[in-house]
Design a protein around this ligand. Structure first.
Ligand code: Z5A
Length: 208
């Protein structure tokens, strides 16, 4: 792949949307062509799947159905958008990707991590992000930030213990593979968070 694949992860209200704008600015300053996208979603089909996944009326959704819908949306996203962009030399900046599946469906819901790994191989082959930013925050603080935005979706309505498990999952993945992941303390003031992000990106492209 000629373009680079950057993903941003973290629990609710951690500041992904806010900090993706910082990464976009860093890319713009370097004249790097990129697309910004998100998961679940990113394509017309993926956005319809996202609506199903986030809809609070779907409270009875089986964890395995949730897992398969995540990968269905991802398969479409990869084929329609991510792979063509990377092959054309365009960078892809994605709000969540498969690390979220390990963290939410694996650590959060308790699904078997080896099953997730098999689906990952089926859908992605050997395509993985080149750089993953994990914004790390105490879920209580993240939820208090997220709550300022109004009605909670199906995930945001989960008990706080769920988000503690998700956070632990992200931390474990980051510490298992420090060369791909950069974990940043997202409870810090935004300017400090963004200094860390820019420093990590500079290191990633060999400017640090
Ligand atoms: N999900 C899954 O289960 N499995 C998967 O494989 C995938 C996803 C791909 C939708 O994701 C759901 O899908 C998600 C996991 C699941 N569960 N939930 N909920 P989403 O990414 O669309 O939803 P989200 O996590 O709730 O993200 P968000 O709503 O977009 O929040 P955010 O982008 O992380 O936060 P923000 O909007 O940038 O910031 C929140 C507020 O905090 C805002 O007012 C900011 O101004 C403020 N903020 C941000 N940073 C700071 C700092 N440093 N200090 C003070 N205030 C700050």
């Amino acid at each position: 792949m000629k373009g680079k694949f950057i993903t941003v992860e973290g629990t609710e209200g951690v500041g992904k949307t806010t900090n993706i704008q910082c990464i976009a600015q860093w890319l713009d300053e370097r004249g790097i062509a990129y697309i910004a996208t998100r998961e679940p979603g990113g394509t017309a089909l993926g956005e319809k799947i996202r609506d199903l996944l986030l809809d609070k009326d779907n409270t009875g959704m089986a964890a395995s159905a949730e897992l398969l819908l995540m990968f269905a949306a991802r398969a479409q996203h990869l084929e329609e958008k991510i792979i063509p962009a990377l092959e054309a030399g365009t960078w892809v900046l994605c709000d969540r990707f498969t690390d979220a599946t390990y963290a939410y469906q694996g650590f959060g819901r308790g699904l078997n991590l080896e099953h997730i790994e098999r689906l990952e191989t089926l859908v992605q082959g050997d395509l993985h992000p080149d750089f993953t930013l994990i914004l790390d925050i105490d879920p209580e603080l993240g939820m208090s930030r997220a709550r300022t935005r109004g009605e909670l979706d199906r995930f945001e309505s989960e008990a706080i213990e769920f988000f503690h498990r998700v956070r632990a999952g992200y931390r474990e993945r980051a510490s298992d593979n420090p060369s791909r992941y950069c974990r940043v303390d997202a409870a810090a003031p935004l300017a400090v968070v963004q200094q860390h992000i820019v420093a990590a990106l500079n290191t990633f492209v060999g400017e640090g």
